[in-house]
Design a protein. Structure first.
Lengths: 115, 115
């Protein structure tokens, strides 16, 4: 079975600082990878996804993530955060051959951006 | 609003009572998922439907839990004889019927508190 680790549970940054959130997964085969964001009081929204091809994927709101297969990692980055990025971020994985696409989530990283 | 709709948004119940939640997926999404999210954790997969067929059930789904999707549209999740450990956010998601990987769209969840 697959698992996902997000090592940073809480991150506090000032506006304009750069962000990198770590995500490592454990699975022996090919995977599809996702980052979801949950703003306070709102539902989970897809930030970006990786299925195949270019390992550097760009998502909404200036976020990007890089899939490094050798490191089993899919870290999320943003060069300059804004106060509105305050949210909880979840990394998720599903085996590529999983027709049902059930997601395995990490524990989440709560990001607070100070104005 | 054409997103995934969940009702009720909040439910407080006494231990031992039965509760039922409803999920209305995005129309044309034939895949429907239930997840559970406890405080400080990422969502955990419970069960998955393709049309009216329940194709996957997690070991987390004890005998007290039952999910249905009788006409392949909305789904219900029932918990019988609730326990305090059932207190959590119950999330529903849906996705398109593609053969390949797809993204899941989440509802806002039903927060269950068992007192």
């Amino acid at each position: 079975a697959q698992s996902v680790s997000q090592h940073n549970h809480h991150v506090i940054l000032s506006e304009a600082a750069s962000l990198e959130l770590g995500c490592n997964y454990s699975y022996g085969g090919t995977v599809n990878l996702f980052w979801y964001v949950q703003y306070p009081g709102q539902h989970l929204q897809l930030l970006l996804k990786y299925f195949s091809g270019d390992p550097l994927v760009k998502g909404i709101k200036g976020f990007e993530a890089e899939f490094i297969k050798s490191k089993f990692s899919f870290n999320l980055r943003k060069p300059s955060v804004q106060w509105s990025d305050t949210a909880e971020y979840f990394c998720a994985v599903t085996p590529a051959g999983n027709a049902g696409n059930m997601l395995t989530f990490g524990g989440g990283t709560r990001l607070m951006v100070k104005p | 609003d054409t997103g995934v709709s969940q009702n009720p948004r909040h439910k407080i119940t006494k231990r031992g009572q039965n509760v039922t939640f409803r999920c209305d997926p995005i129309s044309e999404h034939n895949r429907l998922y239930w997840y559970r999210q406890t405080l400080g954790q990422g969502p955990e997969f419970l069960t998955y439907f393709q049309n009216e067929a329940q194709l996957e059930k997690s070991r987390l789904l004890s005998d007290r839990f039952s999910a249905e999707r009788p006409k392949g549209s909305f789904s219900t999740l029932e918990i019988q004889r609730t326990e305090q450990g059932d207190s959590a956010m119950y999330l529903c998601a849906s996705s398109l019927p593609w053969a390949g990987p797809t993204e899941a769209f989440f509802g806002q969840g039903t927060r269950l508190t068992v007192v």
